[in-house]
Design a protein around this ligand. Structure first.
Ligand code: DHB
Length: 502
C-alpha cells in the first residue's frame, strides 16, 4: 500500500481546508430553496399560491441586514414542473420592483404587508399582478440617505442605494440555476427616486465604477446588467435637475409648497399651501435657467428626423418643441377618448376640434404650477433630501452642483465627482464599459412638478440616440406617482420579454 509522508499530509490538509472554505464562502450566497413559507393571496378574484423567501441577505459582508435583503416570491407551479401561460421555471422573467422613495432606506416590498407603501396606491399590486402572470418576483431592499450605525457613522449615502440594488441583481444571477426564473430577463420597476434607481440599474450594467463598492460588500461574483427598465417619474440627472427645473418654471413666482422632500411622509397626502418666491430666489432662478441651454447643447441629442436638438440662450429652441411634443401627444390621446380640451386656453385645436395643433408652453407651466423653490435639488442651505443623499460617512449633507457650492449660504463641502457621476444614468448611456438594458419604459405625468419634464425627455432621447428601444409617454394630468397603469405596463413587459428567445 502506498503511504504519504508528512509534507504530503500537510498539503492534503491545506487543500481540504481550502476547498472547505471555498465551499463555505460560496454557500454564503447560495440560495437556500428550503427556506420558505407558503403564502396565498387574492388578485382580481382569483387565489394564488407562492413560495415566499423573505429577507434574504444578498451580500456576504452586509452593513445593514434590515435593508440589504430581498424578498423573492415564486409561483408554486414552478416547483411542480408546471407552466403558467407561456412561462415555466426556466423561462419565467423576473420582475424586480424596488420600494425606494425620497432616496430613503427601503425595505423590500412584501406581498402581505403594506407598511412600506409610499404615496397613494398599493405597492403590492404590481407584485401580485406579476405573480398572477407567472413572473418570479424579487424585490430588493436598499440603504438610503438616513441610515447610520451605532457609532453615528452614515452608512447609506450615495452611491449605497444603487450599489445595493446591483448586489441584489448579482445574487439572482449567481443563483440562476437554483432559483426558478430567468435571470437574463430581469425587469426593474420603480417610482420617483425608485424610478431613478431603476434607470441607473438599466444604464450602468457591469460598469467598473461600482466594482470596488460591490467587492467590499462581498457581492456575488456575477454580472449585474438587466434586461428591461420601467421607470415612473424618475428623479434623476440630479446634477442638472436644478437648471432643468428653472428652465421650465422660471417666471412662475408662486409655488404650491409641499414641505421639503426630507419631511415628506409618503404615507400621507402632501399638504399644499401657496407661497411666493423671494427676490433672491427669483435671481437664483434666472441664473439657473441660463445654465440649461449649454447643458442641453452639450448632449448633442437628436430627434426622430435626426435633427440636432438645441436651445438658444433664452431657453427657446427645438429641444423645447420636442418636450412639448410629448405633451401634445398626451393631449391628443385624451382628446381621442372624448376629453373636452377647450377649457385649457394653452391648447390650440384645429378647426375640426379633433387635432391638438400646438400648446403654449408657458401657459401649460402656469397651469401645472411650480412646486419647488430654486435651486430645487441642491439647496443653497443644504436642506433637501438630495443634499443628504450626497453626504458621506461623517457629513450628513453636501452640495453636488458647482452653482450651489459656489453660492452656498452655509459652510459646505462638495460631493466627489465620481459619486455624482455614479448617481446619474446619463453618463453611462453609450459608455462601452457598461451594458445598457435593451428595453425602457418611462412615464412622467403632465402634472408632475417634482422635476422638470426635460429630465425624462433627455433620458429617453439619449437612450434612443444610442440605439436603445425606449417608450416614453406623459400620461395626461397624472401627478407625481407610479404603478397607475399596471395593465399597460405588463402588456409592454410581455411584449419585450417575447424578444431575444429565452
Ligand atoms: C422623490 C420626490 C422628490 O420630489 C424628490 O426630490 C426626490 C424623490 C420621491 O418621491 O421619491
Amino acid at each position: 500500500m502506498k503511504t504519504i509522508n508528512s509534507s504530503q499530509l500537510l498539503i492534503l490538509l491545506a487543500f481540504v481546508i481550502f476547498s472547505g472554505c471555498k465551499k463555505e464562502m460560496k454557500k454564503d450566497l447560495s440560495f437556500n430553496s428550503q427556506n420558505y413559507e407558503i403564502k396565498t393571496f387574492e388578485f382580481e378574484g382569483k387565489e394564488y399560491k407562492v413560495r415566499a423567501f423573505e429577507n434574504i441577505v444578498y451580500v456576504k459582508k452586509p452593513i445593514d441586514t434590515v435593508y440589504q435583503c430581498m424578498n423573492i416570491y415564486i409561483p408554486e407551479e414552478y416547483f411542480q414542473d408546471k407552466s403558467i401561460k407561456n412561462y415555466d421555471k426556466e423561462s419565467a422573467p423576473i420582475f424586480f420592483p424596488n420600494n425606494v422613495g425620497g432616496y430613503m432606506p427601503a425595505k423590500p416590498i412584501s406581498l402581505t404587508q403594506d407598511s412600506q407603501q409610499r404615496g397613494p396606491g398599493d405597492r403590492t399590486k404590481a407584485t401580485k399582478m406579476a405573480l398572477s402572470k407567472g413572473y418570479v418576483v424579487a424585490s430588493p431592499g436598499a440603504r438610503g440617505r438616513t441610515n447610520n450605525n451605532s457609532f453615528g457613522v452614515y452608512t447609506g449615502k450615495a452611491p449605497a442605494d444603487i450599489v445595493d440594488l446591483k448586489a441584489a441583481v448579482r445574487y439572482l444571477k449567481f443563483n440562476d440555476s437554483i432559483i426558478p426564473g430567468n435571470s437574463r430577463k430581469i425587469i426593474s420597476n420603480g417610482t420617483s427616486a425608485g424610478g431613478a434607481m431603476s434607470a441607473l440599474l438599466g444604464a450602468t450594467g457591469n460598469s467598473p465604477d461600482y466594482e470596488p463598492y460591490l467587492k467590499s460588500l462581498g457581492a456575488a461574483e456575477a454580472t449585474d446588467d438587466i434586461y428591461a427598465v420601467s421607470a415612473y417619474c424618475p428623479i434623476t440627472n440630479l446634477d442638472h435637475a436644478d437648471a432643468a427645473y428653472e428652465w421650465q418654471f422660471n417666471g412662475v413666482n408662486t409655488y404650491m409648497k409641499m414641505g421639503s422632500m426630507g419631511q415628506i411622509d409618503f404615507h400621507q397626502k402632501r399638504t399644499e399651501t401657496l407661497d411666493t418666491l423671494t427676490q433672491s430666489q427669483i435671481e437664483v432662478s434666472d441664473q439657473l435657467k441660463m445654465l440649461f441651454p449649454a447643458y442641453v447643447n452639450s448632449l448633442k441629442l437628436r430627434n426622430n428626423q435626426n435633427q440636432l436638438l438645441t436651445l438658444y440662450d433664452n431657453g427657446n429652441g427645438n429641444f423645447k418643441i420636442w418636450v412639448g411634443s410629448y405633451i401634445i401627444a398626451s393631449a391628443q390621446d385624451v382628446l381621442n377618448l372624448g376629453e373636452d380640451l377647450s377649457k385649457y386656453e394653452w391648447i390650440t385645436l384645429n378647426k375640426g376640434g379633433n387635432i391638438v395643433e400646438k400648446i403654449d408652453f408657458a401657459g401649460y407651466v402656469r397651469y401645472m404650477k411650480r412646486m419647488k423653490t430654486p435651486p430645487a435639488f441642491d439647496a443653497l442651505d443644504l436642506s433637501t433630501g438630495e443634499n443628504q443623499l450626497f453626504g458621506n460617512d461623517s457629513i450628513d449633507a453636501c452640495h453636488f452642483t458647482k452653482y450651489s457650492f459656489e453660492h452656498s449660504t452655509v459652510e459646505s463641502f462638495m460631493a466627489p465627482e465620481l459619486t455624482i457621476k455614479m448617481m446619474n444614468p446619463i453618463y453611462y448611456i453609450g459608455d462601452p464599459q457598461s451594458t445598457c438594458a435593451k428595453y425602457w419604459r418611462i412615464r412622467h405625468g403632465t402634472l408632475d412638478k417634482d422635476t422638470s419634464l426635460a429630465i425624462s425627455v433627455i433620458l429617453a432621447t439619449k437612450l434612443k440616440n444610442s440605439g436603445i428601444n425606449v417608450n416614453l409617454e406623459m400620461p395626461w394630468n397624472v401627478p407625481h406617482s407610479g404603478d397607475y397603469d399596471l395593465r399597460e405596463l405588463f402588456e409592454w413587459i410581455e411584449s419585450v420579454c417575447k424578444k431575444n428567445g429565452k
